[in-house]
Write a protein that binds this ligand. Structure first.
Ligand code: P6P
Length: 341
């Protein structure tokens, strides 16, 4: 009898999942396979970034006004090329590109899905070797098949997501993705070049004792946020407070830790940036979908993130995401002080 646990690859897993849906055509599985291929190519460069001339600044800024790193551009191009050459994607929108790209070949115009991604989130951490990641979202098109996709395909609210996930390039390389069936994590086995199931049925704990926020911005926070941070730092042994402050400055790394250990991640709006910093379509919605599928919660402080109707591709929203009870408590403070202010 074999003593080694059979490795289940991402491909085998997604094929097994399609058995839950007799009418499934396997296109979503194929799309996940395409994304995983692009991320393996990105991983290869990220892992040796210090050795080749691919770290450092690209010498341009993106639509966000952020300085682009060479690896940002490389990662963006990898995802676009792989998805353009698949038969599974009608077009993409990237955090690194001003506008969406409709693939207009005869195969792509008949594809059911569009993909949005942040190709390398947290890339400012590359030169300090902190974990960074790729974030992706998959929507079914609302535009008619047989013609190029349109902007409306990319401006759907997160509650229309078919799947969302991320790859974290860290001490190991992991792909985590969510569908309405749940959240599963796969670790890259370099010797066979496959993502293998390592974290089945991931669950976001109802509460935790980690809070993640860039407290350096607190002078701009409104009273509700200041009061909530005081709450996090108060001594209350029964409730496990003071919480531990953990903030890497890479959303994928912070959210991955909080998904596994429990916790809350906040990038609030403040007096200087009322909409906060993070992008609804490339960062907040995919993580809101993943965390909700794992039993957690995500809002902009008052409204469920997934219910926000996007009005433009790169819009920013405040985000409170993670363990349900912790997000609810933070919203209490926001609401209490909103009434007062
Ligand atoms: P700050 C990285 O630039 C990013 O988009 C997220 O990955 C991260 O959570 C956030 O910005 C960090 O922003 O202002 O705290 O440096």
């Amino acid at each position: 009898m074999s003593t080694s646990r059979k490795l289940i690859t991402l491909d085998e897993f997604t094929i097994q999942q399609t058995r839950e849906f007799p009418k499934a055509t396997g296109e979503l599985s194929a799309l996940l396979r395409d994304i995983s291929l692009a991320c393996k190519l990105i991983n290869k460069q990220v892992n040796k970034a210090g050795l080749v001339d691919i770290i450092g600044k690209f010498g341009a800024t993106n639509v966000q006004g952020e300085e682009q790193m060479k690896l940002d551009i490389y990662s963006d191009e990898m995802l676009i090329n792989v998805l353009r050459n698949s038969n599974d994607c009608a077009g993409i929108a990237s955090e690194e590109n001003d506008d969406f790209i409709a693939f207009d070949d005869e195969y792509s115009i008949n594809s059911k899905y569009v993909v949005l991604f942040d190709p390398l989130d947290g890339s400012s951490n590359i030169d300090v070797n902190a974990s960074i990641g790729t974030i992706f979202s998959i929507y079914r098109r609302v535009s008619p098949l047989g013609a190029p996709c349109t902007k409306e395909d990319f401006l759907q609210p997160g509650n229309k997501l078919m799947a969302a996930g991320y790859v974290i390039y860290g001490s190991s390389t992991m792909l985590v993705y969510a569908t309405r069936l749940g959240v599963n994590g796969f670790t890259l086995e370099p010797s066979i070049g496959e993502f293998c199931l390592s974290h089945p049925n991931m669950v976001c704990k109802e509460s935790g004792n980690i809070y993640s926020i860039n407290q350096g911005n607190s002078r701009h926070y409104d009273d509700g946020m200041v009061a909530y941070l005081d709450y996090c730092m108060e001594i209350n042994k029964e409730e496990g407070r003071p919480y531990s402050h953990r903030y890497i400055g890479s959303m994928v790394a912070d959210l991955h830790r909080n998904l596994i250990k429990g916790g809350i991640f906040i990038y609030p709006g403040d007096k200087k940036n009322p909409k906060g910093k993070l992008r609804l379509q490339y960062e907040c919605n995919p993580f809101a979908f993943i965390i909700e599928a794992a039993g957690g919660m995500s809002t902009d402080g008052t409204v469920r993130t997934l219910d926000i109707q996007p009005v433009e591709l790169h819009q920013r929203v405040p985000v409170y995401v993670g363990s349900k009870k912790m997000v609810e408590k933070a919203m209490e403070y926001v609401a209490k002080h909103q009434d007062v202010s």
